[in-house]
Design a protein around this ligand. Sequence first.
Ligand code: PLP
Length: 394
Amino acid sequence: MLDLVPAFARIGEENAFAVLARATDLARQGRDIINLGIGQPDFATPGHIVEAAIKALRDGQHGYTPATGILPLREAVAADVHRRFGAEVSPERVMVVPGGKVTMFMAILMFGQPGVEILYPDPGFPIYRSMIEFTGATPIPVPIREENGFAFSADETLSLITPRTRLLIINSPANPTGGVTPKAEIDKLVAGLARFPRVALMSDEIYDQMTYDGEAHCSLLTYPEIRDRLILLNGWSKTYAMTGWRMGWSIWPEKAYEAARKLAVNSFSCVNAPAQWAGLAALTGPQDDVHRMVAEFDRRRKAVVEGLNALPGVSAITPKGAFYAFPNISQTGWKAKKLASALLEKAGIATIGGPDFGVHGEGYIRLSYANSLENIERALARMGEFLATEKAAA
Ligand code: PLP
């Protein structure tokens, strides 16, 4: 028997990948499956970005790069956050990592240990809790509420901080709810954090370019008073339709940066070189494709919300960001995970049950609208038929 350390009995998963595997299986068996499960843009990576990777390979970019990423790319990240938020960031604080997830992995490893509490959004990205539990720290969920437009509450978050709290994770625009926390609430959180100087902050801003209705993204980078304890998570996956390239970037305070660099040296060495050159083309090239994708997501968002609200027992608030809808299905009589599973098996629609994102996700399912308008409309019609004819399984 293999004797793995007990931490591996505590590490979790992301059910979206299991749903994707099941959906692919069913499709292979000839079923017509509409995938609203996985959170990845359905667009191709823009051509000029792909070409930059091919050129890098042809130019001989085959070797190791610095563990923190090639300098022009770190400079481009610093220029990007300056252009978009007016934030002054040194390229010496920018890390290029293989996907956004790696930043949360590293940050949670840096602060998590038995006796420590880490606050994270619930419902929220499942890897936060999984990694907190892996380290032996105590996960403290911050409830994200529909009546609050799925924004987090600064007061509620601050009220959960104790002398044992070492890290607070926030995420806006948010997965799985599409919620965007207003600037006034973030101002309040940052002001309140002055009372808790030992609490570090990880702000997951991977959906920062996906906001709608004129809502401007409020980056935590714009608060100089917390820069000495802010870890900023971002990346190329969602903005540039590059999920499979495994390209993320993060910004760290000095001491944590050194720790992150050492974790990189001890694990992946560096992100693959041609992908980094592609990332550079993404940041420095034309941004039209980003705007085109976001405009298309916006069209779908409106169609999804309208369609969901016409279904029996379903109500959905309008998400202000990301590419997810998080309808309330409690009036259908179904438990969320049972509904998600029945929708896949019986109606051929992949969605994710809210409890896969935390206990406060019961009563909701997540639909990713990273699929064509036509498929979204077919899925909504099928859902309507399903809810009208199938008996609810509580
Ligand atoms: N953070 C959030 C909130 C996400 O939804 C995701 C991906 O779904 C990630 C981070 C990870 O992104 P990546 O694919 O770049 O690791």
